[in-house]
Design a protein around this ligand. Structure first.
Ligand SMILES: Cc1cc2nc3c(=O)[nH]c(=O)nc-3n(C[C@H](O)[C@H](O)[C@H](O)COP(=O)(O)OP(=O)(O)OC[C@H]3O[C@@H](n4cnc5c(N)ncnc54)[C@H](O)[C@@H]3O)c2cc1C
Length: 454
C-alpha cells in the first residue's frame, strides 16, 4: 500500500470539495482532492442558477461563457395562468456546472493540490476519536492518506460523516420529507415555430425563465428557459412517493411541450433541504456542502453556499499549526452558522411553511402579492430581505386579499427574526455543552423534538 501525507484530504471533488481544495492549496496547505468518480464526472453535471455575488464573496472569479449561459428575466407564476411576478434581469445566473467544477479542480491543481480519482474509500483509521488516515482504492492501487484534517465534501450521503461516531450521532441522515428530488435537462429545440408560439402565448422573451411553482405540492417547480436552439428544463418536488419525482416532472414537461427535442445533457439527484447540521466539525473532520446540509432550502440551491463555506473553512484554518484541531475548526463552525446559517435557517422555516401548502395556495400567494417583489428578489439572491415601508404596505394589501393564507403564514414570518438572532448568537468559544444548549433552542424554534433535531 502506498502511503502519502498531506495537511488536508478533501473527499469529494464537486463544487464544494474542489473549491475547498482550491482555497486551501492557494493558502499554502498540502492538499489531496479525491473523488469516487472520474474527475470529469464529479459533482453536478447540469445547469444551476447561482447569484453572481456569491462568487465574489467566495473569492472565485465570476463565470464567463460558455460556463455562464444566457440571460433574461425570471418569471414566476402558479401552476397555470399568466399572473405572477417578473424579475428583470433575473437575480441568478445560469451556470454550466461541468465547466465550473473543471475550473475549480484546475485551479486547485495549479495551486499544488494532488487530485486522485476514481478513488473508493475503504476505511478511516483513528487515533482515539480523531481520524488520522484514510485508506482508499486509488486508480493505481491501494493508498493510505494521512492528514491533520479530513474534509467531507462527498454530498448528501456524507461518506466520512457516517464513519465518524460523534458526527454520525449528531448529524443523522435527512428524512425524505426534507429532501428534494430534482432534475435538470438541456434539450434541443425540435420545432422552432412551436417554441416561438409558446414564448408568445406566455408573453416571454427568449432567455426568460418561466418558473411554474406548485406543480406538485407546495414545494415544487417546473421551469423552462428557451435560448437559441436549446431549452433548459429544471424541476423539483419533495421526495415523497405520493408526488412525482424531478425526472418524472421533466418527462411531463417534454410530453406537454412537443416542440422540445432530444436531450443534450443534464442530470438528477437529491438535495437535502433541512437547515445546516448544528454541528459541522469533529476533531480532524469538517463537513462541507451537501454533506453539511449547507443548502438554501427555499429553492434547493447549494452551489453558492458551498463555495462560501469552502472559503470560510480555508480562512478558519489559515495560520493554524494544526488545521484539524477542535478549536481551529470551531472557528469555521461559528463563522458559518453566524453569517450563513442564520440565513439558511430563516429560509428553511419559510420552506417548511410553503411545503405544507398546495398548488392553489401557492398560486394565491403569488397572485395576491403577499410577498413583495424585493422579497422575492432577495430570496432568489439568497439574501435576507430588508423590507421598507412600501414592501410592508404591499404585504398588508396582499394579506387583505388573501386573509386565510396570510394567517397561515403569519406564525412562520414571526419566527424569522428570532431564528436569525439565535444563529447570530451561536456559541463563540468551543464548548460542547453550550452547543447542546444552543441546539435545543434551535430545535424548539423549529418545533422539533430536541433529541431528533440535530
Ligand atoms: C437537478 C438539480 C438541480 C439543482 N439546481 C440547483 C441550482 O439551480 N442552484 C444551486 O445552487 N444548486 C442546485 N442544486 C443543488 C446543487 O447541485 C448541490 O447542492 C451541489 O451540487 C452540492 O455540491 P457538493 O460539492 O456538496 O456535492 P456534490 O455535487 O454531490 O459532489 C459530491 C462529490 O463527492 C463524490 N463522492 C461521493 N461519495 C464519495 C466517496 N465515498 N468518496 C469519494 N468521493 C465521493 C461524488 O462523486 C461527487 O463528485 C441542484 C441539484 C440538483 C440535483
Amino acid at each position: 500500500m502506498r502511503s502519502l501525507s498531506f495537511d488536508v484530504v478533501v473527499m469529494g471533488a464537486g463544487t464544494a470539495g474542489a473549491a475547498a481544495a482550491r482555497c486551501l492549496a492557494q493558502a499554502g496547505r498540502s492538499v489531496a482532492l479525491l473523488d469516487a468518480r472520474a474527475l470529469d464526472g464529479a459533482g453536478a453535471r447540469w445547469v444551476n442558477g447561482v447569484p453572481p455575488w456569491m462568487f465574489d464573496a467566495a473569492g472565485v472569479p465570476r463565470p464567463t461563457p460558455p460556463e455562464r449561459r444566457g440571460e433574461g428575466a425570471f418569471v414566476m407564476r402558479g401552476a397555470a395562468g399568466r399572473r405572477g411576478l417578473r424579475l428583470d434581469p433575473s437575480p441568478v445566473w445560469p451556470v454550466d456546472m461541468r465547466h465550473l467544477v473543471a475550473r475549480l479542480q484546475a485551479d486547485a491543481r495549479a495551486a499544488g493540490a494532488t487530485t486522485i480519482a476514481p478513488a473508493r474509500l475503504l476505511e478511516l483509521r483513528f487515533d482515539g476519536h480523531r481520524p488520522r488516515a484514510l485508506h482508499a482504492a486509488g486508480p493505481d492501487g491501494p493508498l493510505a492518506l494521512e492528514a491533520d484534517l479530513f474534509v467531507d465534501a462527498s454530498g448528501m450521503g456524507g461518506a466520512l460523516r457516517r464513519r465518524v461516531p460523534s458526527l454520525a450521532r449528531d448529524c443523522p441522515p435527512v428524512p425524505r420529507a426534507h429532501v428534494c428530488s430534482a432534475a435538470q435537462m438541456v434539450c434541443a429545440v425540435a420545432d422552432a415555430a412551436g417554441a416561438r408560439a409558446w414564448l408568445q402565448a406566455e408573453g416571454l422573451d427568449e432567455g426568460d425563465t418561466l418558473c411554474r411553482a406548485g406543480v406538485a405540492g407546495g414545494y415544487s417547480i417546473s421551469n423552462l428557459t428557451l435560448e437559441g436552439d436549446e431549452v433548459e428544463i429544471l424541476t423539483g418536488a419533495i421526495a415523497d412517493p405520493a408526488l412525482p419525482s424531478g425526472p418524472e416532472l421533466v418527462e411531463r414537461a417534454r410530453a406537454h411541450h412537443r416542440w422540445i427535442g432530444a436531450r443534450r445533457f443534464g442530470g438528477a439527484g437529491a438535495i437535502p433541504l433541512r437547515r445546516p447540521y448544528d454541528r459541522l466539525t469533529a476533531p480532524g473532520v469538517a463537513l462541507l456542502g451537501n454533506a453539511a446540509c449547507q443548502v438554501f432550502s427555499a429553492h434547493g440551491s447549494g452551489i453558492g453556499v458551498g463555495l462560501l463555506a469552502a472559503r470560510m473553512l480555508a480562512d478558519a484554518v489559515t495560520g493554524a499549526a494544526d488545521p484539524g484541531a477542535a478549536a481551529t475548526l470551531w472557528r469555521y463552525q461559528v463563522a458559518f452558522q453566524r453569517r450563513v446559517g442564520a440565513l439558511l435557517a430563516a429560509y428553511d422555516l419559510f420552506r417548511r411553511a410553503t411545503q405544507a401548502l398546495d398548488g392553489d395556495d401557492v398560486r394565491r400567494l403569488l397572485e395576491a402579492g403577499l410577498l413583495s417583489e424585493p422579497s422575492y428578489r432577495a430570496g432568489l439572491e439568497q439574501r435576507l430581505p430588508v423590507p421598507d415601508a412600501r414592501d410592508l404596505l404591499q404585504t398588508l394589501r396582499g394579506a387583505l386579499r388573501a386573509p386565510r393564507l396570510a394567517a397561515r403564514m403569519a406564525p412562520t414570518f414571526a419566527r424569522l427574526g428570532p431564528a436569525v438572532a439565535l444563529y447570530r448568537a451561536h456559541p463563540e468559544a468551543p464548548d460542547a455543552r453550550a452547543l447542546a444548549r444552543w441546539s435545543r433552542r434551535v430545535a424548539r424554534l423549529f418545533g422539533e423534538r430536541p433529541d431528533l433535531a440535530r
